[in-house]
Design a protein. Structure first.
Length: 482
């Protein structure tokens, strides 16, 4: 059996200059040649396992379309035999072709599971599927570790809200069209809003599809240290090869490059090498490129030359969703009022939000009752402190300022639609922020019926769900309460 890394021996002896003519290939004949070449590199059992039911459908516009009968086979072939097929096709056709592997349409509606494949396999071959499945998982884990990716950062557990929707959409698009759609991608935002999670999710998703690709996630400080080490040990070429011969480079905290001129020069050349080869670069900082000081303009220009997307602190509903996700991941259901307590007191940082959730989960595991008082004590939150500081007058003042109305209008009899909405916002805030009784809320806005307050609260909640701009106004009000 031949090693895949060796140079393939030519199978077609006669060569033509096909670049100047339109060539029509007999796909069956080409696949016979390719198959015979592939057999040289693996045992008969491996060949029967992975290439039985695999065919060449057509060759068109430099693309060879290959069909497979099972999704499991396709994943294995994509991960471990793509290069071998590509080389064999080149030998058989004289052309360098891109390959696309798909599941035949007649089989897509009801693909077989691994268990079904095992049942259909001869007794002596059943274990191969368990071995292969285990190998795939081990290889994926090893590749992720070498790329310095944390496997917990995935798209599936990244909570999307209005504060990060654009960045999330960009991230998903990048995985589908790496190096061609948005390059580079520059994420920015304050600490703890999910930049690292999103960047590493891109890396993990990409490696999940292509285990033969090279990905590196690196904080800029590590990049600098490795550069200095390579200069000291005279291993510059090894350093450059590591960072320039990859498919996806992810650099975190790149704002710190402003203090390292030598790093800027090396990063500039690395950037150019990858960009010209259509390799993807993703960077993150705490500010946009135009606000990073002391970097040369050619580097700033390259940072800004692709897609720049910001991530901000999550809004209230997103904070609740994040807490629910964390609780669910730990197999715990936490009461809504406890989630609201955390979300109202940890407003600007997802990392701190996660820390608070873990504290609550630890309480439950230690056998403590998950009451508001117990959770507040653990988080060192005074439940009443905010209510003691915040007065109805302050709420009315802030809402009037944000909605550009007067307190006199709010308490008056005018009922224009815009004024009515501002009045309902105040009732909603008095009820939810201060917990005032319905009758007291009604009196604060010079109304008599407490059902008016109930209606106002329901309407404001519905409007926040349907109108993101309106929801932003509500968040603005909350942020100005002292």
């Amino acid at each position: 059996m031949v090693n895949e890394g060796e140079i393939l021996k030519p199978i077609i002896s006669e060569k033509r200059d096909i670049s100047k003519e339109s060539v029509t290939f007999d796909t069956d004949e080409v696949w016979k040649i390719v198959s015979e070449n592939i057999r040289l590199y693996m045992s008969p059992r491996d060949y029967a396992t992975w290439f039985k039911g695999v065919f060449l459908e057509k060759i068109d516009n430099g693309i060879a379309e290959i069909s497979c009968d099972l999704p499991f086979k396709r994943e294995w072939i994509e991960s471990y035999h793509r290069n071998l097929i590509t080389k064999s096709l080149t030998q058989a056709t004289g052309q360098k072709l891109e390959i696309v592997i798909s599941i035949r349409s007649s089989l897509k509606t009801n693909p077989k599971t691994i268990d079904e494949i095992r049942k259909e396999s001869p007794e002596g071959e059943k274990n191969i599927f368990s071995e292969v499945q285990e190998k795939i998982q081990k290889d994926k884990s090893a590749v992720a570790r070498s790329a310095q990716l944390n496997p917990k950062y995935l798209f599936s557990n990244f909570i999307v809200g209005s504060h990060n929707a654009l960045a999330h959409a960009v991230a998903e698009s990048v995985v589908k069209e790496l190096g061609t759609l948005y390059n580079p991608v520059f994420f920015y935002g304050p600490s703890g809003v999910g930049k690292t999670h999103l960047m590493q999710a891109i890396g993990n998703e990409f490696l999940n599809k292509y285990t033969d690709k090279k990905v590196i996630y690196v904080p800029i400080e590590q990049f600098l240290n490795e550069l200095l080490e390579s200069i000291r040990n005279r291993t510059n070429e090894k350093f450059r090869k590591k960072y320039r011969e990859i498919d996806l480079l992810i650099i975190d905290d790149i704002q710190f490059i402003e203090t390292y001129p030598k790093t800027q020069e090396e990063l500039f050349h690395t950037f150019n090498t990858l960009y010209q080869a259509n390799k993807q670069m993703i960077m993150a900082a705490d500010r946009p490129p135009k606000e990073i000081k002391n970097i040369n303009e050619r580097l700033r220009s390259r940072f800004s030359g692709g897609m720049v997307a910001d991530l901000q602190a999550p809004d209230y509903e997103t904070r609740i969703a994040i807490l629910q996700q964390i609780s669910s991941d730990h197999g715990l259901t936490v009461d809504r009022d406890i989630l609201e307590l955390i979300a109202k007191n940890v407003e600007n940082n997802v990392r701190e939000l996660e820390g608070a959730a873990i504290k609550v989960i630890s309480l439950e595991k230690l056998g403590h009752p998950l009451t508001l008082e117990e959770v507040a004590k653990s988080l060192q939150v005074d439940i009443e402190s905010k209510r003691k500081r915040l007065k109805p007058e302050k709420i009315i003042e802030v809402v009037c300022d944000v909605f550009d109305v007067t307190a006199r209008d709010i308490k008056g009899k005018r009922r224009t639609a815009y004024l009515a909405t501002a009045r309902q916002v105040i009732m909603y805030m008095l009820r939810n922020e201060l917990g005032l009784p319905l009758e007291r809320v009604a009196r604060e806005v010079n109304r008599q019926d407490h059902t008016t307050v109930l209606h106002a609260c329901e309407k404001i909640e519905d409007m926040m769900k349907d109108d993101s701009n309106f929801k932003d106004k509500i968040e603005t009000c909350k942020s100005r309460f002292e």
